[in-house]
Design a protein around this ligand. Structure first.
Ligand SMILES: Nc1ncnc2c1ncn2[C@@H]1O[C@H](COP(=O)(O)OP(=O)(O)OP(=O)(O)O)[C@@H](O)[C@H]1O
Ligand SMILES: [Mg+2]
Length: 385
């Protein structure tokens, strides 16, 4: 596992627990943005079986990619890396031209990882498939600070938590590959796991401690190195950050992982228009809120020489989550300069019926939010293994 803060070329795999949350849109446009800041960037489509990153870059699917590399011995990794129309931005396509390579063997997975870690660039952004397939977990663990994308919807938040829990479990499996006792323990946990009664990571580390104090120390050190960042996608309003804070609490308490929050991207119709026309968002949505959000993420990365360590102004805000909250509020004000005008009107001015609808909708939202926060703070729910 590459420790990004110590590395010159930073590897940023982008994953999500749930599909369709906006990973590929983010990867394509974050790549374009990093490159526009003069950073040598390589985008890699590692969503084998669902490769579509080229469409978000406005490229045709004519180029050979990882699928060809995996099936044709005469093709080398160098052959599949291509230039894009954007200065500083290279691209490694996925498997659109070849079918049936989604389930790769262990040795092919190792070979891809080894080739990717040898690439020369400032940033390598990797678009992954959604969910906790073991290859996805291994690709996510290529560096200690991958990006986890989630929408503020409860299923997406819960799946993000489940994904990260699987990442930590996989990290333990990798760490104790050569330790028979711990490997046996992890195997038993995996076999006996039932949907509603899986042990927390802290309980697993306690069980490791019973086998060996030294191994438990090693486990804690390995977990401590993980610094994933969260990006919220398709946000609706700044209040969405409350559920993200609940996700953070869950991650900190149950996984002993200290995540950072890298940004909040609003839902923006311009994305769908760009996708429908297969043109990159960067070309059609220059002034859009989503590109502003993505550019801000790029700036945070570029200005953090030891990313994921960020030089935060702690006199202005407490941490990366509060900073993101402030940014989400600023953006919201930009597009809704008078957000309370409608609610502040008396029923005489607005129609009484509309006023009641507004109040009911607000109450419902508050109830949903409370229910979600309650649900998220209950331990051990909905864990995927
Ligand atoms: N911020 C956004 N606002 C509006 N629509 C969005 C936004 N981000 C993504 N979308 C739309 O959501 C759809 C899914 O986006 P995308 O393909 O990036 O998700 P994904 O997480 O990569 O999905 P998969 O898991 O299938 O790879 C796309 O059609 C895209 O147009
Ligand atoms: Mg995708």
């Amino acid at each position: 596992m590459l420790i990004n803060q110590n590395a010159r070329c930073k590897i940023l795999p982008v994953a999500s627990g749930k599909g369709g949350v906006g990973k590929s849109v983010l990867v394509a446009n974050l790549g374009i943005s990093l490159a526009s800041f003069g950073q040598r960037t390589i985008l890699v489509d590692l969503d084998l079986g669902g490769s579509n990153l080229h469409t978000y870059l406005g490229l045709k699917n004519r180029n050979i990619g990882l699928g060809n590399l995996l099936t044709d011995k005469s093709i080398s990794f160098r052959d599949v890396k291509m230039r894009t129309p954007y200065p500083n931005l290279d691209f490694v396509p996925g498997d659109v031209l070849v079918t049936g390579v989604a389930n790769i063997t262990y040795s092919k997975k190792r070979s891809i990882i080894s080739n990717l870690t040898k690439l020369d660039a400032d940033y390598i952004l990797i678009d992954l498939g959604s969910g906790s397939h073991v290859s996805t977990l291994d690709f996510f663990l290529m560096s200690n600070s991958g990006i986890l994308v989630t929408t503020p919807q409860p299923p997406s938040i819960l799946n993000a938590y489940g994904f990260l829990k699987n990442v930590v479990f996989r990290l333990l499996q990798q760490t104790f590959n050569n330790h028979k006792g711990v490997t046996r323990l992890l195997g038993t946990i995996l076999r006996e796991a039932k949907p509603n009664s899986t042990p927390s990571i802290n309980q697993i580390v306690d069980a490791i401690e019973k086998i060996s104090k030294k191994a438990a120390r090693t486990a804690r050190e390995a977990i401590e190195q993980l610094r994933p960042s969260i990006i919220v996608s398709m946000g609706d309003r700044p209040e969405d950050m409350q559920i993200v804070q609940s996700l953070r609490t869950l991650i900190e308490q149950n996984l002993s992982v200290d995540p950072i929050c890298l940004g909040f991207l609003y839902y923006d119709y311009i994305v769908r228009e760009a996708v429908a026309d297969t043109v990159p968002l960067a070309l059609v949505g220059r002034d859009s809120l989503i590109l502003k959000g993505i550019d801000r993420v790029a700036q945070k990365i570029v200005h953090s020489e030891r990313f994921p360590e960020m030089p935060l102004d702690l006199e202005e805000y407490e941490d990366s989550f509060e900073l993101t909250q402030i940014e989400a509020e600023d953006d919201y004000r930009d597009v809704n300069p008078h957000p309370h005008t409608r609610a502040d009107q008396s029923p005489d001015e607005a129609s009484a019926e509309e006023f009641m609808r507004l109040i009911t909708a607000q109450k419902q939202q508050i109830n949903e939010l409370q229910g979600t926060v309650r649900m998220l703070t209950m331990q051990g729910r909905d864990e995927p293994w």
